[in-house]
Design a protein around this ligand. Structure first.
Ligand code: SF4
Ligand code: SF4
Length: 479
């Protein structure tokens, strides 16, 4: 079937929430009730629980996750990563980028609509509180338009106070992800004068979150978010997006203006017209959109895939005795060819690549050594002849303990029974997640040296288990 022509000559050339003169249009989205909204609500409870709970979960006495950019120490699932794990970080980042690209090419902005913290906080927490205090979208418009009186002062103050308290909680949680819960509790419980920088950080984060959710809102997705900016190049005609079925919907039309009716949904049954498409042009899909766009104009950069317009339109379709899914998850190709969304070869191949990448990364993480040893002969020294005729070399050793457990270690020369280690100073003890330095001599009877320079393998042993092995050279006299 030849697609109907949609007139795009009048289509805007500026953001949906900005006037021709560049002034911001405040968006008052109508809250939608529908199956997807219900699912998103349940999913958001799970995500919010995880987001607020994870920084306070400990594993073997250490945090489950920590992203301490200040000390360049990162903990994932209780495993500590240091700058020495750069290769893992590089591969992890590469995997992450490829994952994002492939995922978006196939599934569009599913992340934005269902799991992005910005959407979850804005639509599932702050927006609901706003509706609870100020009323629905129409009541909010009225409240903003009316002069300041007791009602407006009370409602606005209550809303912003609650917004600020939640922003404060988010800021504390955010800081817990960076410095860990112990450090955070120390800042909260100790004398504030001892933690000025920590308190300044909490204050700044609180104001930033408050500004984002009270004022900036959808502009984060439309203007700031780099992932949002990438959509234009990542999506193609096969990507699954929230899409309006223009073949079914056009030509759109209604008999009466919805604005003239007290409750548009109650009047919709009378609006369908046999000569028109299924879209009754009620505009409810636009009213529910948190970024203020009309999905019937096609894929737009402002669309965060929140599915509110799907729920809204389905409700209209039911009321007008038409099949649901006029707006639905679909690809443009699928709509044009009338194909149903299905798990095809392309999705299978991309998913296989994603799974393989994640598998390799998981393997690298699982097989990562718990300690990393660097062993060097002391610069400027060759060998020493001892009174007993042995030859000795002096070494400096650095052992990085990547675990969250302290451990004693001993050093042993492998496959060289006559080689002896003489530690300088105290026995080596690895503190948790720290670098330990030490020095020692390796002493070998002169008669056992087969060449002026021999290769040695050094084992690092803890509690009877070899935890690392490094190679070095040992110098002796020429004759
Ligand atoms: S909600 Fe559905 S029927 Fe109403 S305007 Fe949007 S697409 Fe058309
Ligand atoms: S167009 Fe639909 S899916 Fe996209 S942001 Fe608006 S309501 Fe959400």
């Amino acid at each position: 079937m030849k697609p109907p022509k949609i007139d795009t000559t009048e289509f805007r050339d500026h953001l949906s929430n900005v006037t021709d003169s560049g002034k911001r249009i405040w968006i008052y989205p109508r809250i939608v009730a529908g199956q997807l909204y219900k699912l998103r609500t349940y999913f958001s409870w799970l995500l919010l629980g995880l987001l607020f709970g994870i920084p306070f979960v400990e594993i073997d006495g250490g945090p489950l996750f920590m992203f301490n950019v200040l000390e360049r120490k990162f903990i994932f699932f209780g495993v500590t990563f240091f700058p020495q794990d750069f290769h893992l970080v590089a591969f992890g980042l590469l995997t992450f980028i490829v994952f994002i690209i492939l995922f978006t090419v196939i599934f569009g902005r599913v992340w934005c609509g269902w799991a992005c913290p910005q959407t979850i906080f804005m639509e599932m927490l702050f927006r609901k509180i706003e509706n609870w205090i100020e009323g629905d979208y129409r009541a909010q418009q009225r409240l903003d338009a009316q002069p300041w009186n007791t009602e407006k002062i009370v409602k606005k103050s209550a809303k912003h106070l609650i917004f600020f308290i939640i922003s404060f909680l988010i800021a504390n949680t955010f800081l817990a992800y960076i410095i860990g819960k112990k450090e955070l509790f120390t800042i909260i419980l100790d004398n504030p004068l001892n933690h000025i920088s920590g308190l300044v950080a909490i204050t700044i984060f609180t104001f930033v979150f408050y500004f984002v959710f009270a004022k900036f809102r959808e502009l984060v997705c439309i203007v700031v978010c780099p992932y949002g900016r990438l959509q234009g190049v990542l999506l193609d005609k096969k990507s699954i997006i929230v899409a309006y079925d223009f073949l079914r919907g056009e030509p759109r039309g209604k008999k009466k203006k919805v604005e003239e009716q007290p409750n548009p949904l109650d009047e919709l049954k009378a609006l369908t017209n046999p000569n028109k498409g299924h879209c009754v042009d009620c505009g409810i899909c636009v009213q529910v959109c948190p970024t203020g766009i009309d999905i019937r104009n096609g894929t737009q950069l402002e669309c965060i895939g929140c599915t509110a317009c799907i729920d809204a339109c389905d409700e209209v379709m039911v009321k007008t005795n038409q099949p649901t899914g006029l707006i639905r998850y679909a690809s443009l190709d699928g709509i044009e060819k009338g194909n149903k969304l299905s798990f095809n070869l392309r999705i299978g191949a991309y998913t296989a690549v994603l799974t393989a990448l994640l598998g390799i990364l998981a393997f690298m993480l699982i097989t990562r050594s718990d300690v990393e040893t660097t062993l060097l002969r002391t610069p400027g020294l060759t060998y020493q002849e001892e009174k007993n005729g042995n030859i000795s070399n002096l070494y400096n050793i650095e052992i990085l303990n990547k675990t969250i457990n302290a451990m004693p270690v001993t050093i042993h020369v492998k496959d060289y029974p006559s080689a002896k280690i003489k530690l300088i100073g105290k026995p080596l003890q690895l503190n948790k997640s720290e670098l330990t330095r030490g020095s020692f001599f390796i002493s070998i009877p002169k008669k056992d040296l087969e060449a002026p320079s021999i290769k040695l393998k050094i084992e690092v042993i803890s509690n009877g288990v070899i935890i690392d092995e490094v190679k070095t050279s040992f110098l002796g006299p020429m004759e």
